[in-house]
Design a protein around this ligand. Sequence first.
Ligand code: GLV
Ligand code: MN
Ligand code: MN
Length: 391
Amino acid sequence: MSFENSGGFDRMWADLAAVGRDGTSGGYRRYAWTREDAVLREWFRGEASARGLEVVADRAGNLWAWAGDPDADGPGLVVGSHLDSVPDGGAFDGPLGVVSAFAALDRVDRAALRRPVGIACFADEEGARFGVACAGSRLLTGVLDPDRARALTDDDGTTMAEAMAAAGHHPGALGRDDEALRRVGTFLELHVEQGRALDAPVGVASAIWPHGRWRLDLRGRADHAGTTRLADRDDPMLRLAAAVLAARAAAERHGTVATVGKVRVRPNGVNAIPSEVTAWLDARGPAEDAVRAVVADVGTAAGAPPVEESWTASTDFDPGLRDRLATLLDAPVLPTGAGHDAGILSAAGVPTAMLFVRNPTGVSHSPAEHAEEADCRAGVAALARAIEALA
Ligand code: GLV
Ligand code: MN
Ligand code: MN
């Protein structure tokens, strides 16, 4: 992207372009507490320090770069997002909000601000490595139990505690962080829109659909693929197949969406009947009871109760902020099926709003995710106006 007069957006975007990019898919693999994550966090600290902002990490490892003193003169306005990604994610989901935050702050007259402004970089928003989405903001607000978080494992069996410690963050510190939360008077997250729903450069979020993740643990009996009669098999893959089809049918019936996007098979041999299949269901929709009904139907089809790994209730953003921003920016208001740290902070009682930047195809969580340069520029300008109005 090349843009002028946008506070170094171009240079920042170029800085991040290669970090964690997979040469084959072209997508990003930026997982929490990895080497790539460390590079991104260091980049964030560098951008903050180049602007004279003081960076503090909270107990969960989320980073906050402050212009002004939020303890003495706060609470402040915080803008920002996350830098981690899903497997083979796009360039925009997360980084657009962080880069735009720095670029927007560069456009405002800081001397004219009435309260401190912070830029946040949330840790582990996607939950791609340890399974729980928005782990950093859930830990910050106390809705993710620290013992549970520390014990979460990645696909190699590394615990979150081990990964954090290896990255230099003390896992013993995890727990609700009232000191960090007290500093946040208002939170505003800019994000690429992800649902083919925005037909203007910039929009304002109204709500996040209720959504969650469930694990299906399906056990069977390993056996020989050539010598075991069909009648003698206990094959958990068949129950997974039924569950996947049931998820689609139930989602259609109940007016929701449902996805099985991750599967682990043991022993994972072509010529062995699996002993164990683990699969993850992501279900979301406009109504909580409909989402719950889908999950129940999937459990029935699988013959095993789905284990809830995370749940986010329906989230309505602060109506006053939403209306104020929609008027200020003359922007449409729309809901989303995507989860965000903004939703977690909002549920914790922080007055919160989101700005969306148009995504012409709507494709996201994919290397093909895209936003036009002009729309990103409009996003930075909108965020700068919002900072001026709210701080
Ligand atoms: C986060 O991007 C989510 O909605 O899964
Ligand atoms: Mn995402
Ligand atoms: Mn995101």
